[in-house]
Write a protein that binds this ligand. Structure first.
Ligand SMILES: Cc1ncc(COP(=O)(O)O)c(C=O)c1O
Length: 395
């Protein structure tokens, strides 16, 4: 008998990043020297101070429930961080800490979307947004942002996408997968349009610390009038290399924060107590040597990609991804197999040259592939050599 599945889950597509990752790991288990450029996590260690704070919390018996929204100490420290780094004033009651920013985002969509509510989603987008919006009953309204605008949503595109069903717009700067960072001018143009609406602004700032030669700006610092409908999501995974600790947060207007906290109290309850202690220590131990190393790898990767025939690549200003356009190579064949699009490009590259990349299709951008440089400088160089060989063999 076929098992019944709800409509809610039946149409969820598995995360493409995770499926490439498992193929990559299977090859690695077979002993194949894969260069893994598909990862979405820093290849650095959690700051020692944070790791020890987590261990100490366990040893001290901090192994019980905390308030569902997180400890008051951690929420106070996050509010302080938002003031210091972003110039935004929040009270601890406006912060809800969750089991990763992914969880925070899911809570956000559940809290603001009614059935059929539209969420404007600029593409290329991070894989989980459309699925989360749909599961919450919302409708992702995908707006294609092209390389001409640096993969960024323009004020005109935003204006055109607004309808009377629009509930929110999602901004992700620095972006996964493109590495694009919105400038002050671009944010001001979007802010002008948003100020004339009453929609929510969901701003995912999880890569804020990973910017190269540009400044990360949080939209409501330019438009304080938008603060009472901004849902700012951030977390510890990327800035503090704490992906496995599962810790993220949302800062929201009081009524929304309260609703999210109640929702969470019935779902997961508090994020892991020891992780909260680790996170509290991490906030004062950001290590910018990671940023310097990422910049060095980015420069090498982008320079190398631009030298490959048929490949073009914008300079990503943040995060740890390059998002080259490989569409000029579509239609060619590799050992008799046709490169139909980004999925077959990535499959053939993985199978024959052992470089793991994520097809742009997963992010709503089929002309591109995503290469993560959260791997060693040497691996970046090896990947470039292998890609050059792959492209040379195309007929
Ligand atoms: C844009 C973006 N937002 C949110 C997340 C979620 O991070 P986490 O749940 O590990 O905090 C990720 C992770 O890859 C991401 O790339």
């Amino acid at each position: 008998m076929e098992q019944h599945l709800s409509n809610r889950v039946r149409n969820i597509s598995p995360s493409a990043t995770i499926s490439i990752d498992s193929k990559t790991k299977a090859l690695l288990r077979e002993g194949k020297p894969v260069v893994n450029m598909s990862v979405g996590e820093p290849d650095f260690d959690t700051p020692v101070a944070a790791a020890f704070a987590g261990i100490k919390a366990i040893a001290d018996g901090q192994t019980r429930y905390t308030p569902a929204a997180g400890t008051l100490d951690l929420r106070k420290a996050i509010a302080q961080k938002l003031m210091q780094d972003n110039g935004l004033q929040y009270t601890p009651e406006q912060i809800v800490v969750s089991s990763g920013a992914k969880h925070s985002l899911f809570n956000v969509f559940l809290a603001i979307c009614d059935e059929g509510d539209e969420v404007i989603l600029p593409a290329p987008y991070w894989v989980s947004y459309p699925e989360q919006i749909r599961v919450a009953g919302g409708k992702p309204v995908i707006v294609n942002c092209t390389e001409e605008t640096g993969f960024k949503l323009t004020a005109q595109q935003l204006e055109n996408a607004l309808t009377d069903r629009t509930r929110a717009v999602l901004l992700n700067s620095p972006s996964n997968p493109t590495g694009a960072v919105y400038s002050e001018k671009e944010l001001r143009e979007l802010g002008d349009v948003l100020s004339k609406t009453d929609i929510y602004v969901v701003t995912d700032e999880i890569y804020e610390r990973l910017v190269y030669d540009v400044r990360h700006i949080s939209l409501p610092t330019l438009y304080p009038n938008l603060l009472n409908r901004t849902l700012l999501v951030n977390g510890f995974s990327k800035a503090f290399a704490m992906t496995g600790w599962r810790l993220g947060y949302v800062a929201a207007p009081p009524a929304v924060a309260k609703a999210i906290s109640s929702l969470q109290s019935h779902a997961t309850g508090n994020p892991a107590t020891m992780s909260q202690f680790a996170g509290l220590a991490a906030l004062s131990h950001f290590d910018d040597s990671m940023v310097r190393e990422f910049r060095r790898r980015r420069d090498r990767l982008v320079r190398g990609l631009r030298e490959l025939p048929g490949v073009s690549c914008l300079l990503p200003e943040g995060a740890f991804y390059a998002f080259p356009n490989v569409s000029k190579l579509y239609g060619r064949t590799f050992k008799g197999k046709k490169v139909e699009g980004s999925a077959s490009f990535c499959e053939l590259l993985l199978e024959h040259e052992l470089v793991s990349a994520v097809p742009g299709e997963a992010f709503g951008a089929p002309d591109n592939i995503r290469l993560s440089y959260a791997t060693s400088y040497e691996n970046v160089e090896i990947a470039l050599e292998r890609m050059a060989r792959f492209i040379q063999a195309l007929q």
